[in-house]
Ligand binder design. Structure first.
Ligand SMILES: Nc1nc2c([nH]c(=O)n2[C@@H]2O[C@H](COP(=O)(O)OP(=O)(O)OP(=O)(O)O)[C@@H](O)[C@H]2O)c(=O)[nH]1
Length: 145
C-alpha cells in the first residue's frame, strides 16, 4: 500500500484547568475521532489566532465556561498514524459559567494521583508527565520567603 505523502500536521491549544486542587479532564464522545479517549479541552488554532485566544474560544464552545489562561507548559509534538499534532498546553482556572457537556461525553475533576489512571490521547502523555512534575514542585508552597 502507498504511504500518504502529505500527513496533516495540526496545531492544537489545550487547557489544563485547575480548581480546588483538581484538574479537569474531558472524555471524547463515541462519535468523535479517537472515541472515548480523555483529553484536555481545546482545539485547533485558527489562522492568526494566539493559543490563548484559541483556548478561551474553544473552552467556551465545548464546555460553556470562561477561563483565565495562565502559564504555558512545554509544547509537545506527537505523530499519530493519520496525522501529527503539536499541543500547546496552558494551565488555566475557571472564570465563569457552569461546565456543560456540549461535545464531550464526560468530564472528571482529578486529583494529581488520579490523572494517569485514565485512557488519554497518546499525545497528552508527555504533557501530563511535565505538568505533574512541575506541579509537585509546588510553586514555592511551604517554603519560607
Ligand atoms: N483538544 C484536544 N485535542 C487533542 C488533545 N490531544 C490530542 O491528541 N488531541 C487531538 O487534536 C485534535 C484537536 O482538534 P479538534 O478538537 O479541532 O478536532 P476534532 O477531532 O474534535 O474535530 P475535527 O478534526 O473534526 O475538527 C483532535 O484530533 C484530538 O484528538 C488534547 O489534549 N486536547
Amino acid at each position: 500500500m502507498k504511504a500518504n505523502p502529505v500527513k496533516p500536521h495540526i496545531h492544537v491549544a489545550c487547557a489544563i484547568i485547575e480548581h480546588d486542587g483538581r484538574t479537569l479532564a474531558a472524555q471524547r464522545s463515541e462519535t468523535m475521532k479517537m472515541p472515548l479517549k480523555w483529553e484536555f479541552p481545546g482545539g485547533k488554532l485558527e489562522s492568526g489566532e494566539t493559543p490563548e485566544a484559541c483556548l478561551v474560544r474553544e473552552v467556551r464552545e465545548e464546555l460553556a465556561i470562561g477561563i483565565n489562561v495562565g502559564r504555558a507548559l512545554p509544547v509537545a509534538t506527537h505523530a499519530y498514524e493519520a496525522f501529527t499534532v503539536t499541543l500547546y498546553p496552558f494551565v488555566c482556572t475557571p472564570e465563569d459559567g457552569t461546565v456543560t457537556l456540549i461535545e464531550h461525553r464526560a468530564v472528571a475533576w482529578l486529583k494529581p494521583e488520579q490523572m494517569l489512571v485514565l485512557d488519554w490521547a497518546e499525545a497528552d502523555l508527555p504533557i501530563i508527565a511535565g505538568y505533574l512534575a512541575t506541579r509537585s514542585l509546588g510553586a514555592g508552597e511551604g517554603t519560607q520567603p
